[in-house]
Write a protein that binds this ligand. Structure first.
Ligand code: HEM
Length: 455
């Protein structure tokens, strides 16, 4: 079994990898000299774990050039986003509301996810093979699911389209496959503002935020991050199944085998973590080893793919079987971050609803894909959906696969060039706008207080 990116064509396989490598380099360089990426050749996974969990690794935005990029891509300005907030009362207030909104019963959440995914699958013909992009297919389902979480009512098509349009725009910009379209964002903001002002949100929203900030908080956390992450994760796990027929066979033969499906999810998120890096700005000195101290004010980039590649046999292979003998909590496996330092608030919900989504898909379709599988899946995971029970002529399937392989190869090249151009444009634009720097100049009180030294 091979989990590494499969060459699109013999000559061009390096291009998507080249784009990813360049992006990582930009992330490191944009912060200047006081940046450390962990793990690295000197400081291994143990240092990664210790520094990530250190109380002084708590600065979130102020003081890192990288923050300008993330604020630009996600917000794109100083609007409230939970991920960007410095620790303190306002952050605690916001994080508590998120936890409350996400706290449904397991059965209720799984059923809602299954229904939402079922509705989008109802639109896929069951009498012929369909060629889809998995991320595009499932995004409207997660838009509806997240709308139901927030508003506790069924999602109208108008709202679903606004949410999907916005989430799609953000994730395309993050992957540098498209520029940001502010009108899409503004349309969703206006819609949410009307609903929040009318008192239509049945949850208590963070009292420390003004009404416009509450709107941005909902938009950023539930209609951007949640929709994007669930769509990306679903696309990854379905693409992994499409490329590994023996794993897919086992899942579809026993879709209720939670244990095996959990292993498939764990392995997918190990090899294709949704976060490439998470960064923190240190607010106190942190010892790296007996002789070296990481000074306050340093930017630490925690590399998820780097950490997830340590401590495993054949780390580059997609092998769900490895989890039979491993426990996720004892392995180098942090798909939702580290418990001690702002982990993902949806760490409980996400696996539950992803399992429900996968079950719904494999119950109805067999998946087949020759597309390359990389962490960033900028191609949005092209895949053939073959309705169960459809007798499919092998020659026709072969012809379709050949067509898709050639098309993906050509697209990989043109997309790679586009990513380089658009990425450069956006990085330069963000560096000119400097949204995070400007915000902290105007709101010095919003900066993270310097942590007291340990002991
Ligand atoms: C499979 C799906 C998901 C994965 C793999 C994932 C992964 C992550 C990771 C690794 C982090 C922490 C990064 C860090 O240390 O800075 C994070 C943070 C976050 N995630 Fe998720 N996430 C997922 C789904 C969601 C969903 C559904 C929501 C909906 C609310 C969400 C909201 C957030 C927020 C608000 C943060 C910032 C937490 C904070 O700083 O307090 N995520 N996520």
């Amino acid at each position: 079994m091979s989990g590494g990116p499969r060459p699109a064509t013999a000559d061009t396989w390096w291009l998507p990898r080249g784009v990813v490598a360049l992006r990582e380099r930009i992330f490191e360089k944009v912060n200047g000299d006081r940046t450390l990426t962990l793990p690295n050749a000197t400081y291994g996974p143990e240092v990664f774990e210790r520094v990530y969990a250190h109380p002084a690794a708590n600065g979130r935005s102020a003081g890192a050039g990288l923050s300008d990029l993330f604020w630009y891509w996600l917000a794109p300005g100083p609007e409230v986003h939970q991920e960007h907030l410095e620790p303190g009362e306002r952050y605690e207030d916001v994080a508590a509301v998120t936890r409350r909104i996400l706290a449904g019963s397991s059965a209720g959440l799984a059923a809602a996810a299954g229904r939402a995914v079922g509705r989008v699958l109802d639109t896929v013909p069951d009498t012929r093979i369909s060629l889809v992009r998995l991320r595009d297919l499932v995004m409207p389902a997660w838009a509806e699911f997240c709308y139901e979480l927030v508003f506790e009512e069924p999602c109208p098509p108008h709202a679903r389209d606004l949410i999907t349009g916005h989430a799609e725009d953000v994730i395309s910009a993050l992957k540098c496959t498209g520029l940001r379209h502010m009108k899409r964002r503004a349309r969703l903001t206006a819609y949410l503002r009307e609903r929040v002002a009318a008192g239509d949100v049945p949850h208590e929203l963070p009292a420390s935020l003004s009404l416009p900030e509450q709107v941005h908080y909902l938009q950023g956390t539930f209609f951007n991050t949640a929709v994007v992450q669930l769509s990306e994760a679903t696309a990854h796990v379905l693409l992994a199944l499409a490329r590994h027929p023996e794993v897919q066979q086992r899942v579809s033969a026993s879709p209720d085998d939670d244990r095996y499906l959990t292993h498939v999810l764990d392995e997918t998120m190990r090899l294709y973590p949704l976060f490439g890096i998470a960064h923190r700005i240190t607010t106190g000195d942190i010892p790296l080893d007996e002789d070296t101290v990481l000074p306050a004010g340093s930017v630490v980039c925690f590399s998820y793919p780097g950490y997830h590649a340590t401590g495993y046999d054949r780390p580059e292979e997609f092998d769900p079987h490895r989890w039979e003998a491993l426990s996720a909590k004892d392995a180098h496996h942090i798909p939702f971050g580290v418990a001690a330092n702002r982990p993902c608030p949806a760490w409980r919900l996400s696996p539950l609803v992803l399992r429900a989504a996968v079950r719904e898909v494999v119950r109805r379709f067999r998946l087949d894909s020759t597309a390359s599988h990389t962490r960033s899946i900028p191609h949005r995971a092209p895949c053939l959906l073959i309705p169960r029970g459809l007798s499919c002529e092998p020659r026709r399937l072969q012809a379709l696969r050949s067509f898709v392989r050639v098309r993906d190869g050509v697209e990989d090249v043109t997309r790679g060039v586009r990513q380089l151009v658009l990425g450069t444009v956006m990085v330069l634009h963000a560096r000119r706008q400097r949204p995070a720097v400007r915000y902290f100049e105007e709101h010095p009180a919003g900066r993270c207080p310097v942590a007291r030294p340990e002991g």
